[in-house]
Design a protein around this ligand. Structure first.
Ligand SMILES: [Zn+2]
Length: 257
């Protein structure tokens, strides 16, 4: 079972969102990926309804909805997306959406996701902009502590903060990770090895594979990521967990669809 648990639609290259979804489905099949968790982004200019309709023809594509936590009707929008539009979780992007993780409205929305039994994936790539804005693993930890009934996926494994996040996750059971972008972005540095160390240290639990497509073609990301795992001697068992078993359990995905 291979699950790509963090990717997007390539809306820049295609004329319509339905073409982008169609192209993704073709790439998914070619790459031998069983399921994809596709992240909706309001910044791409499509509503949750448009996004839902675009991926609906493809049962192996599952969406996480992007909602503005500061919006008046954030809780209602999330409820509708989960109950009526078949989204499987909430995606938040503090930098793109311009909010602070300490905002009480964010806490309310993240708690609401937990009450709907869906996870929340939050962008956690410490690029220069995020660092200047005061990026801190503690902000994620604090949110996870305040929302203990919500499973929070820290995207990109927190980049170079991977050890801080690993140590925090050992104390905070509702913190999860995906390795997207970081595993390949930092190739040539010690970081991919550090990420694999963290995967081993966490006994390969609570960590998912992701490509952050359209960063690279789906098959290329998978091939390069597998090479990093082999190079850093991740066991066959743990590799299976990372590449699909964990996400399949977490999202309740099956081979038959
Ligand atoms: Zn992403």
């Amino acid at each position: 079972m291979i699950v790509d648990a963090h990717l997007h639609l390539d809306c820049e290259k295609h004329n319509s969102i339905s073409d982008a979804a169609k192209k993704l489905e073709i790439e998914r099949v070619n790459a031998g990926i069983d399921h994809c968790i596709v992240l909706h982004l309001l910044a791409q200019g499509y509503s949750s309804l448009e996004f839902c309709q675009a991926i609906k023809p493809y049962p192996r594509l599952h969406g996480m909805v992007n909602v503005d936590p500061l919006g008046e009707s954030a809780l209602i929008e999330l409820t509708n997306a989960i109950l009526k539009l078949d989204f499987v979780g909430l995606k938040l992007h503090p930098r793109l959406q311009g909010f602070d993780l300490g905002n009480p409205k964010v806490e309310a929305l993240v708690k609401h996701a937990g009450s709907l039994s869906v996870p929340v994936l939050i962008d956690a790539f410490p690029d220069g902009t995020n660092l200047e804005a005061g990026f801190s693993p503690l902000a994620f930890a604090s949110l996870a502590r305040r929302c203990p009934s919500t499973k929070i996926i820290v995207a990109h494994m927190g980049g170079h903060y991977v050890f801080d996040f690993m140590m925090l996750a050992k104390r905070i059971p509702n913190m999860y990770f995906d390795v997207s972008y970081s595993l390949l972005y930092y190739r040539g540095s010690s970081l991919p090895g550090d990420m694999v160390y963290a995967i081993k240290s966490m006994k390969s639990n609570r960590i998912f594979y992701g490509s952050d497509y359209p960063d690279r073609p789906l098959d290329k990301s998978l091939e390069l990521s597998k090479a990093v795992l082999v190079e850093n001697k991740l066991s066959v068992e743990m590799t299976k967990n990372l590449l699909g078993e964990n996400a399949a359990d977490f999202f309740g995905l099956k081979y038959e669809y």
